[in-house]
Design a binder for this molecule. Structure first.
Ligand code: NDP
Length: 245
């Protein structure tokens, strides 16, 4: 591991459950002190912290709503006052509010797009300049296959994730010369609480691998992109979906 990578903390948004929690496990195993963000599920976040600390890792819990600009700004200001750099950011927080388009009300539109897009902006912008100054950084955005292909019943979610992919590609171009990489992961169906009400009996047969993905499988890819092994990968959208797309 390079000196710049080994010294840095990793911030994971939406890290109390599912994919984000698995990414926290993987980055802690790679030796990074973890800053674990989530919105409100303190018990789940405490469980992740206890698990990682039991294996010798370090975790700081930092709950805030990534869609709330003021709350995010206050939390990041405090985190950035600590001299230890935040070299890795995983924008993972996300929500789905699925419905046929005519039934998507304003709240369902706003909560999904704001969590993903305002969340990306609110969290990423304050962290970019310190990465640029340090000439090392890794930004990994958790998008979705729905943002790549579109998905019926998910116009809000597909729009938000497609927007995140556009932001990934543009920011990657801005930061490439500074050794800060920006990539997106586009998972297919991953076994977490997010999909617990999905009609899996109809969906799983459509997946060439005939199974759901596991959070750990996404986390391994995120940890690779955050590592020094991924020095020449930027601006990419990497699918992890059992052959679905
Ligand atoms: P879960 O619903 O299991 O977990 C969501 C996490 O995000 C929780 O930690 C939750 O915190 C947090 N969160 C939600 N809203 C906010 C917010 N406004 N501010 C801060 N944290 C927030 O989701 P998954 O693990 O399944 O999904 C993780 C990411 O992966 C999401 O971006 C999702 O869109 C994406 N994804 C998931 C797929 C899947 O099949 N599961 C497929 C493709 C992409 P709290 O516990 O406090 O509520």
């Amino acid at each position: 591991m390079s000196e710049k990578n080994s010294a840095c903390r990793a911030l994971i948004t939406g890290g109390s459950r599912g994919i984000g929690a698995a990414i926290a496990d993987a980055l802690a195993a790679a030796g990074h002190p973890i800053i674990l963000n989530y919105r409100s599920n303190h018990a789940a976040a405490e469980a992740v912290k206890a698990r990682i600390e039991s294996t010798g890792g370090q975790v700081e819990l930092v709950p805030f709503d990534v869609a709330d600009a003021a709350a995010t700004s206050a939390a990041l200001e405090r985190l950035l006052a600590d001299q230890r750099p935040i070299g890795i950011l995983v924008n993972n927080a996300g929500v789905a509010r699925d419905a046929a388009f005519p039934l998507i009300n304003e709240e369902d539109w706003n909560v999904v797009t704001r969590t993903t897009l305002d969340g990306f902006y609110n969290v990423t912008r304050p962290l970019v300049m310190p990465m640029v100054r340090r000439r090392w950084g890794r930004i990994v955005n958790i998008a979705s296959v729905s943002g790549v292909t579109g998905n019926r019943g998910q116009v809000n979610y597909s729009a938000a994730k497609a927007g995140l992919i556009g932001a990934t590609r543009a920011l990657a171009q801005e930061l490439a010369k500074r050794n800060v990489t920006v990539n997106a992961i586009a998972p297919g169906l991953i076994e977490t609480e997010m999909i617990q009400n999905a009609p899996l009996e109809h969906i799983v047969p459509l997946i060439p691998m005939q199974r759901l993905g596991q959070p750990r499988e996404v986390a391994d890819l995120a940890a690779f992109l955050a590592s020094d092994r991924a020095t020449y990968i930027t601006g990419q959208v990497i699918g992890i979906n059992g052959g679905l797309a």
